[in-house]
Design a protein around this ligand. Structure first.
Ligand SMILES: Cc1cc2nc3c(=O)[nH]c(=O)nc-3n(C[C@H](O)[C@H](O)[C@H](O)COP(=O)(O)OP(=O)(O)OC[C@H]3O[C@@H](n4cnc5c(N)ncnc54)[C@H](O)[C@@H]3O)c2cc1C
Length: 383
């Protein structure tokens, strides 16, 4: 096994780290506290060629691999969870389905502007009554009317829905077929009948726009069906497999930020006449976080490697996201503990890391659903 990054992967990691420290880190607290979506940061990410990083150059992308994408998401999330989530969601959920399931014409028209960095993309799966149980409860319908789909219903929690150029939407196209009656339809931002609802107020990730989306006799061309009719559920599952590597990488960034802050603070803060880093209790928290994050990184990198080498990575991605999100949650919890009362104040960034990371245990498959997926695969193997 070769645990070394390639020259190209290292170069991308360094470039993104420099960009994140210069362009995002100085504003990360302000982004969190003002609830503002930092549109200019995404313009700059686009100019750096980062908004299409893992997609082929023919579609305006950077031609890098999934591991490089994970490195980029980790570096950005290390300074801002808000920018990290928006970035990860754009690559995996916004661009992913267009690249994986789009026709050549759809890729040219819809993927290229996103990968070139001109705009963000979004994916709308979740509804008020349909989250973990997507297969059984999607209510948004799409019916054919001549050359157009007429979409009716609503979606919730759409990351970047308020600013995206297109929202790939999971709809019921044949109610009699269960999950085989679900299809993905590309809804352009200016489609008549598309109404962007309110931006949700969240616990963390304040600079990432999470919105409701309403479809009121929303009319889109028949040609905007993505892939085959009835393939939507399978497409959603494949997209989420890839997305979980991104969310795992986001956790790595936030967990690493929490650990780095803990190390700094433990060496500066004195109690009982010595730095708190001299106390074994503090050392153990630092050691445990370092070990768990390193283990999480190996799982994320393994899932990315399997994807890059065209092997089945679904199980590995579920494990990586489950472990990394929970490891980062523990690292953020410990970082607040190491900071004492200061950790509970907004004066230090660790409370932001804690709030921002909390989503990673929920989005793109909750920890409970991931445990189900992992256990089912193991039990199937043993049968
Ligand atoms: C900030 C943010 C961004 C998001 N971005 C997007 C996006 O861009 N696009 C999108 O489509 N969605 C998005 N989501 C939605 C997210 O993917 C869902 O919230 C998530 O899948 C969980 O669905 P739910 O909220 O309906 O919870 P539910 O499915 O109602 O789950 C509630 C609880 O029940 C548990 N549970 C459910 N079923 C089972 C079971 N069978 N066994 C054991 N436990 C179970 C869950 O684990 C959870 O603890 C986002 C959410 C947030 C908060």
């Amino acid at each position: 096994m070769d645990f070394q990054l390639s020259e190209e992967q290292r170069a991308i990691q360094t470039m993104v780290r420099d960009f994140a420290e210069k362009e995002i880190a100085p504003r990360a607290n302000a982004i969190d506290q003002s609830d503002q979506f930092p549109a200019d940061v995404f313009e700059k990410l686009g100019k750096q060629g980062l908004l299409g990083l893992p997609y082929p150059e023919t579609y305006g992308g950077g031609g890098a691999d999934t591991l490089a994408q994970a490195l980029a998401v980790e570096e950005i999330s290390r300074v801002s969870g808000s920018v990290g989530l928006t970035y990860a969601a754009h690559l995996s959920l916004g661009c992913g389905p267009l690249y994986l399931f789009g026709t050549e014409a759809q890729k040219r028209e819809w993927l290229t502007p996103l990968a070139r960095g001109d705009a963000l993309g979004a994916l709308a799966l979740t509804e008020a009554q349909s989250g973990s149980d997507l297969a059984g409860s999607v209510a948004t319908t799409a019916t054919l009317d001549g050359d157009a789909w007429i979409i009716n219903g609503s979606k919730m929690y759409v990351t970047s829905g308020a600013v995206a150029r297109s929202i790939t939407t999971l709809c019921v196209t044949d109610r009699t077929q269960g999950h085989r009656g679900l299809s993905m339809i590309l809804v352009p931002r200016d489609a008549p009948g598309l109404v962007i609802g309110k931006v949700e107020e969240k616990m963390g990730l304040h600079g990432s726009l999470t919105t409701q989306v309403f479809f009121e006799d929303c009319r889109v061309p028949k040609a905007n069906l993505l892939g085959g009719l009835g393939a939507g559920f399978k497409q959603a599952m494949i997209t989420l497999d890839g997305g979980r590597i991104g969310i795992g990488a986001m956790s790595l960034g936030l967990g690493r930020a929490a650990l780095e802050a803990s190390v700094r603070y433990a060496q500066e803060r004195k109690a009982f006449g010595k730095p708190i880093a001299d106390f074994q209790a503090i050392q153990w928290m630092i050691a445990d976080s370092a070990v768990e994050l390193e283990a999480a990184r190996l799982l994320v990198w393994k899932a990315a490697h399997l994807k890059d080498t065209q092997q089945n990575f679904s199980h590995a991605a579920a494990m990586a996201k489950l472990f990394a999100s929970e490891a980062a949650d523990r690292a953020c919890w410990k970082a607040i503990q190491v900071h004492g009362g200061g950790g509970y104040l907004r004066d230090f960034p660790v409370e932001r890391f804690y709030r921002d990371n909390r989503l990673t245990l929920i989005g793109e498959g909750t920890s409970e659903i991931l445990r189900l997926i992992i256990a089912r695969a193991i039990l199937r193997e043993r049968n």
